[in-house]
Design a protein around this ligand. Structure first.
Ligand code: FAD
Length: 383
């Protein structure tokens, strides 16, 4: 069916009509949305509040636009998802907390995952019932991901996984983890990796939360001790995990910037209510940095909607997002003395978490240096 025919079948396939319809519906928001806008510095509380809101938005249909019907969606493109989260940010939802994987992992699951599994798993994620984590990094394999040592050995109608992952965001709250494991020889590097969907409730899985300096327990260490995974739970192909990882990273570095920057705009707008004239230069920097992310990530959303791979351009977008994270948060920090002096009311605690997070964004999805290296080699073709 052509795009025009789809719009005729369901007028909400037109993104503007969808955005207007969602805005209209939010004139009488569900209680769960109000609850999710409250400052909740405790991460577990935020997970519950966001999951309840996502359940209501799934049941009302709004979060299902932008996803294919065969995966439990209502059709449309990533532009619908862009409008969805932009609208929520304007309605003071402070971030995607725990639902970031809708825009990091889920596109790869839909494109390359086992269709029967994905048609159950995507609705479960969209409705906040089952969350996800991404198990790539290891204690000795971060920037050099192709050297990872977690192994998956075939047998018993599936694989046995052994190894250790670290910095696994949201693992403590997740049901599923996309684990990149070695199925080839150690020398096979990126050619011998496979992406598995692992049930974190399986025997042999241990998740240990890592408490962060900003007071959250977002990160975790996950160990796998003879964990059985069925061979029906491979994303992509056996030994084809690198392609899956690159698909995921192109979203994490590229299109994800659109979703994240909507919340930065909202932080800036909220901060303006308390702003002083002496911060004009810093405010200008923050606005310019945000404008740069708006244009590049908007282009990325359109490229994705047109099935154009993002490629190394995603690295450039991630660098711009990091600049915007830092400049918006530096501006807010200078406006608000409470952030520095340890005031602990919920709102200040949340803002302090955001500020501290803005200092580590240069690491997730590949470090700043690795993004620069990608641009140097793949875009500028430097030796
Ligand atoms: C908030 C946050 C969330 C994260 N979430 C996840 C997650 O959900 N799942 C997951 O798998 N991982 C996650 N990570 C881990 C992240 O992907 C890694 O930390 C990152 O890839 C860097 O790897 P590393 O920590 O091993 O550092 P290393 O690779 O040891 O790097 C250390 C330093 O050396 C530099 N360096 C390394 N190699 C080179 C080189 N060749 N040239 C120049 N400089 C180099 C790096 O830039 C860095 O500054 C997360 C990290 C953060 C901060």
């Amino acid at each position: 069916m052509s795009a025009l025919e789809k719009v005729a079948t369901d007028p909400l396939h037109d993104v503007r009509a969808y955005a207007a319809g969602f805005e209209h519906w939010l004139a009488a928001p569900p209680d769960s949305l109000r609850a999710a806008t409250a400052p909740l510095p405790n991460y577990a509380d935020r997970v519950s509040a966001m999951a309840a809101m996502m359940r209501d938005l799934h049941d009302a249909g709004w979060s299902r636009y932008g996803w294919p019907e065969e995966s439990g969606g209502l059709g449309g493109t990533i532009l619908h998802r862009g409008a969805f989260w932009e609208t929520l940010s304007r309605h003071h939802v402070p971030g995607m907390a725990l639902f970031e994987h809708l825009e990091i992992l889920a596109p790869a699951l839909v494109a390359m995952g086992p269709p029967d599994f994905v048609s159950q798993a995507l609705p479960a994620l969209l409705s906040g019932q089952e969350l996800w984590a991404q198990g790539f990094s290891e204690p000795d394999a971060g920037s050099d991901l192709a050297s990872l040592r977690t192994v998956a050995v075939a047998g018993d109608g599936g694989f046995k996984i052994n190894g250790r992952k670290i910095w696994t965001s949201w693992a403590r709250y997740a049901t599923w983890c996309l684990v990149l494991a070695r199925t080839g020889t150690p020398e096979s590097r990126h050619r011998g990796l496979t992406a598995f969907i692992v049930d974190l409730r399986s025997p042999g899985v241990e998740v240990r939360a890592i408490e962060q300096a900003n007071g959250t327990d977002e990160l975790a260490e996950v160990t796998f001790d003879d964990v059985h995974v069925s061979d029906a739970r491979i994303v992509g192909h056996l030994d084809g995990g690198w392609k899956v990882a690159m698909h995921i990273l192109s979203h994490e570095r590229g299109t994800f910037a659109w979703f994240r920057h909507c919340f930065l705009y909202q932080q800036l707008t909220d901060g303006l209510e308390h702003g002083g004239a002496d911060s004009d230069a810093q405010l200008g920097d923050a606005l310019l940095d945000l404008a740069a992310v708006t244009t590049t990530s908007h282009a990325g959303l359109h490229a994705h909607a047109a099935d154009d791979p993002l490629g190394p351009k995603a690295a450039f977008t991630k660098l711009l997002l990091c600049e915007a994270e830092r400049s918006v948060n530096s501006w807010r920090y200078d406006l608000d003395a409470d952030l520095a002096i340890g005031v602990q009311d919920d709102e200040t605690a949340m803002r302090r978490q955001e500020y501290l997070f803005s200092r580590i964004v240069t690491v997730y999805g590949g470090s700043q240096q690795m993004q620069l290296e990608t641009i140097a080699k793949q875009t500028l073709r430097l030796p």
